[in-house]
Design a protein around this ligand. Sequence first.
Ligand code: FAD
Length: 325
Amino acid sequence: MTKVAVIGAGMCGISCASYLQKNGFGVTVFEKSRGIGGRMASRRINEQVSVDHGAQYIKPYSKNFLHFLEETVRAGFASSWSPLGMEKNYIQEKKIFVGAPRMNSILKNSSNNLEINFSSKINKILSNFNKWKLVIEGIEYQKEFDIVVFAIPFHQISEIIDDAWSTVKKISKVKMSPCWTLMLLTKNKLSFSDYEKLDNEKISSITFDTSKPQRNKKFNSYIIHSNPNWSERHISYDQNKIEEMLINILTKDFGQDLNIEYIKAHRWLYAQTTDPLGKPFIKNENNSLYAGGDWCLGTNVESAFISGFEIGKSIKSYCTNFHLK
Ligand SMILES: Cc1cc2nc3c(=O)[nH]c(=O)nc-3n(C[C@H](O)[C@H](O)[C@H](O)COP(=O)(O)OP(=O)(O)OC[C@H]3O[C@@H](n4cnc5c(N)ncnc54)[C@H](O)[C@@H]3O)c2cc1C
């Protein structure tokens, strides 16, 4: 059986891993954090409330992705959402989906039967007679793999394989922008709609997270995503300083009277792609290393889904042609 290691349990990694597993491959996923989802991220604030501090909603354009989301809704892990404040035409054009009860629930269904090693940050891979060995925080993982799939942000790949893979250099035009995000719980309801996309040089969107389906309505939770340029300029600032600055912006620029219950800033170094690769994935010459993610095709969860799925299909087709399965 061909053994495949998938690095990253975000949308790209899970869609690739579940496709390969369904098609008879031996798949092991490695994830540096303690849960699935990647940038479809949710943070538990207390026993009663979690907030989505990465992707806010999902809008499907392709048939395949819509089908995946509809199945996820049927399985009880996603729901449609019609936020007040979002342009009616935008919502009517295509349905908007969110994970339920949290954004990362979207991957629960497809990751159910996968072998996932959490808290396993891969920092190196070593070639060993046509096989790959993975190194987790300096310790070699016992199993060897025929194929390794990198399903992580583009710039983090070179931290693992360095210059060993010249293809990475060829795609160096890929660019991703950072984002400072503020998670905010207030005792009072603020004067924002459920979702506000702003043309503002400091803040790019404000979401009333509580308005999403299956969220605890006793809390007023807000997610504030700052503008990419503002984030870039303040990228090295201390988290406390960012919290102070964003609170100032909300009170002074937006006239909000904040009765704060909880506040935490989170820095996304690689939030959304600004210059994508332009094809669904890259691979090395002997088809033993693949890399994909949203950065291949665009800026959103759907780009990551397509990339993971296309990697899976390519691996299957290569192995079938060469009777490697
Ligand atoms: C602030 C913000 C707002 C966004 N808003 C939206 C939105 O509204 N709608 C939308 O569609 N998209 C949005 N996006 C983009 C969307 O979240 C991403 O496009 C998508 O989730 C990317 O999926 P991925 O699988 O390619 O990568 P990721 O989700 O980044 O997954 C990569 C995974 O790899 C893991 N990893 C990284 N390095 C290693 C390592 N060395 N070893 C092991 N594991 C590793 C990470 O922990 C992570 O879980 C937003 C993103 C951000 C950050």
